[in-house]
Design a protein around this ligand. Structure first.
Ligand code: ZN
Length: 143
């Protein structure tokens, strides 16, 4: 390679380093780099992704498996993260089904509070029912 070609190659490489530095990706704290598709060259389409978390809950007639993760589109502009949730163990008309949904962070928090409030109501009421039932049994033993 002659001197001029070497100089041109170095100039091109220096330019690439500069553009790469401009396109540096800042990952959210929750981003799992092994799952992240955001790259400096990606202005749209790539996304930051968290490690999925799983929850298995007992359901009537089976078990519900819920997998949740965070996703945030990588773009030159500010984007909002959302919560990706996948459900396995659902049924519809007695047939197995599964589903997935993407919720805003606010929507996911509202869903969590909604379920928590229903569960609290059910647990408090059931505890009162059990106490009343046990009281009735004790009365029966005494008489
Ligand atoms: Zn990332």
């Amino acid at each position: 390679m002659n001197v001029k070609s070497q100089k041109n190659l170095e100039d091109v490489c220096a330019g690439q380093r500069t553009s790469t530095a401009i396109g540096t990706v800042e990952h959210p704290s929750w981003c799992d780099r092994a799952r992240c598709t955001a790259t400096p060259a990606t202005t749209t389409g790539g996304a930051h992704r968290s490690t999925p978390a799983n929850l298995t809950a007992d359901a009537l007639g089976g078990r519900l498996s819920v997998t949740g993760s965070l996703v945030q589109a990588h773009a030159r502009w500010l984007t909002a993260p959302y919560v990706s949730v996948e459900f396995v163990g659902l049924e519809h008309d007695w047939m197995p089904a599964h589903g997935a949904v993407e919720l805003t962070a606010e929507g996911a928090a509202a869903l969590g509070r909604f379920l928590s409030e229903l569960a609290d109501t059910a647990e408090v009421d059931h505890a009162a029912q059990v106490a009343a039932y046990l009281s009735t049994l004790r009365e029966g033993v005494r008489s």
